[in-house]
Design a protein around this ligand. Structure first.
Ligand code: OGA
Ligand code: NI
Length: 332
């Protein structure tokens, strides 16, 4: 287990900041490209989601987690990864963690009703929702946020396409982000982490998908490790900036870009304060074949990974990191 020294944990990272309202597209794309080659983490500002609305979303999230456990268990996550995930449900770094993450979550995906021909795709379907009498307006707020976060993520994907020397609309096609898998997750962290004892708010991992748009409250906790092979590993805090998203690339995009763009290891340490965050995970269409992008290979740079279907890849990653659902149904 890791040695917890001040030296390796207190450094603060400085990340590039992408301004979505900047007219100088060339500058934005260059700055984004540099961030993606370096560590795949950057801030995004001027994204068009206003701060009052963000405050509402966090308020509603707090209200959900403040409910009695019994009420939260009524919307326990289902086999399509929607709904409530209790403390310790997820374990992201089993080598270094003694038990699961000290966080609770709530997954909300694209709402696909049962009369839609696509409803039975693994990552589509109806969401469970908390009772509207218990949390009035909750569903509406979350659905609106999902829509807005999807809009922002797609705008970033257009810049990513340019940074990859692809057509600006490359990822917009139906077989890609035209019909995406997009899942937001409300999170509440509690407790104090102690890496020397293998206790983490969120264990070290890289995200599974294409990219993640992360909204956080003002509490520090997120750390990144730019070089996972360094010994000892060096962890740097990513400070929250009011009004900015922290965006990071996931393993699927690293693979898609032939390792050209980076998906970086990150984790969360709890300092005893409650911390709320909302990651929004963006992936392409279920059937999208994630295979080396045309601009990322050449005669001297052959594809490093075999093609894989998006939903196959994602299903495996969820299975590897979440507890078997049956554990919650043992006592009847
Ligand atoms: C995640 C994650 C960071 C945070 O959920 O994948 O890295 O600050 N979250 O909550
Ligand atoms: Ni993550």
């Amino acid at each position: 287990m890791e040695n917890h020294t001040k030296d390796s944990t207190m450094k603060v990272s400085s990340l590039n900041c992408i301004d979505l309202a900047n007219d100088d597209l060339h500058h934005s794309v260059a700055s984004l490209k540099q961030a993606c080659l370096d560590c795949g983490f950057f801030y995004v500002i001027n994204h068009g989601i206003n701060e009052e609305f963000m405050d509402d979303v966090f308020e509603q999230s707090k209200k959900f987690f403040a409910l009695p456990l019994e009420e939260k268990m009524k919307v326990l996550r289902n086999e399509k990864h929607r709904g409530y995930t209790p403390v310790l449900d997820e374990i992201l770094d089993p080598k270094n963690q003694v038990n699961g993450d000290h966080k609770e979550g709530y997954y909300i995906g694209i709402e696909v009703p049962k009369d839609d021909p696509h409803w039975d795709r693994p990552f589509y379907g109806p969401n469970p929702w908390p009772d509207a009498d218990v949390l009035p307006g909750w569903r509406e707020t979350m659905e609106k946020y999902h829509q807005e976060a999807l809009r922002v993520s797609k705008a970033i994907a257009r810049l990513l396409a340019l940074a990859l020397d692809l057509d600006v609309e490359y990822f917009d096609r139906t077989e890609m982000l035209g019909k995406p898998i997009a899942t937001m997750r409300l999170l509440r962290y509690q407790g104090i982490s102690d890496p020397s004892k293998g206790i983490y708010a969120c264990g070290a991992h890289s995200d599974f998908g294409m990219m993640t748009l992360l909204a956080t409250d003002g509490v520090m906790g997120l750390q990144i490790c730019k070089d996972k092979n360094a010994t000892p590993q060096k962890w740097e805090y990513v400070p929250p900036i009011k009004g900015a998203f922290i965006v990071n690339l996931g393993d699927m995009l690293e693979r898609w870009s032939n390792g050209f763009f980076k998906s970086t290891l990150h984790r969360v340490l709890g300092n005893g304060q409650e911390r709320y965050s909302i990651p929004f995970f963006l992936e392409p269409n279920h059937d999208c074949l994630v295979e080396c992008l045309p601009t990322c290979k050449s005669e001297s740079e052959l594809p490093k990974y075999p093609p894989i279907k998006c939903s196959t890849y994602l299903a495996q990653r969820y299975k590897d990191t979440h507890a078997e659902l049956s554990i919650y149904h043992k006592e009847t």
